[in-house]
Design a protein around this ligand. Structure first.
Ligand code: DAT
Ligand code: MG
Length: 143
């Protein structure tokens, strides 16, 4: 298995619930290391740009408004098989379908307000990391 990096976002609902530390602990227990992190309030331009792939979907407007509704934590996670591992720890998009013990099962309230984002493939991980972080802002744990 290869060491990968993936982009994670703790969305406004989970930041508001004060569970950043709990979510970070789940990443670390799964063998993922936080190698870059920043809290920020997304602008409309950033929220629309980040989710541009979904711009034709009926939920796009609500998704953008939600992502702008409060601060988010963005982080780069690094580890063996990090992309799939993060998706596993996150749980299914719809919290009603998320496996027990996953972040979304425990903290998400609906399919639209679902606590976390995680990249879904190597190419999107690369693009999404570059969307938020400059290379020098990433502190690799494993070389
Ligand atoms: P994921 O976040 O699990 O990668 P996705 O990429 O399909 O899911 O969708 C991006 C986000 O858009 C998702 O986290 C929440 C929102 N979303 C997806 N499907 C939705 C739906 N049917 N109704 C409302 N919001 C939805
Ligand atoms: Mg997705």
């Amino acid at each position: 298995m290869a060491v990968e990096r993936t982009l994670s976002i703790i969305k406004p609902d989970a930041v508001a619930k004060n569970v950043i530390g709990d979510i970070y602990s789940r990443f670390e227990k799964a063998g993922l290391s936080i190698v870059a992190a920043r809290m920020l309030q997304l602008s409309r331009e950033q929220a629309e740009g980040f989710y541009a792939v979904h711009k034709e979907r009926p939920f796009f407007k609500d998704l953008v408004e939600f992502m702008m509704s409060g601060p988010v934590m963005v982080q780069v996670l690094e580890g063996e098989n990090a992309i799939a591992k993060n998706r596993e720890v996150m749980g299914a998009t719809n919290p009603k379908e998320a496996a027990p013990g996953t972040i979304r099962a425990d903290f998400a309230s609906s399919i639209g307000t679902n606590a976390v984002h995680g990249s879904d493939a190597p190419e999107t991980a690369k693009q999404e990391i570059e969307f938020f972080f400059k290379p020098e802002e990433i502190c690799p744990r494993s070389r």
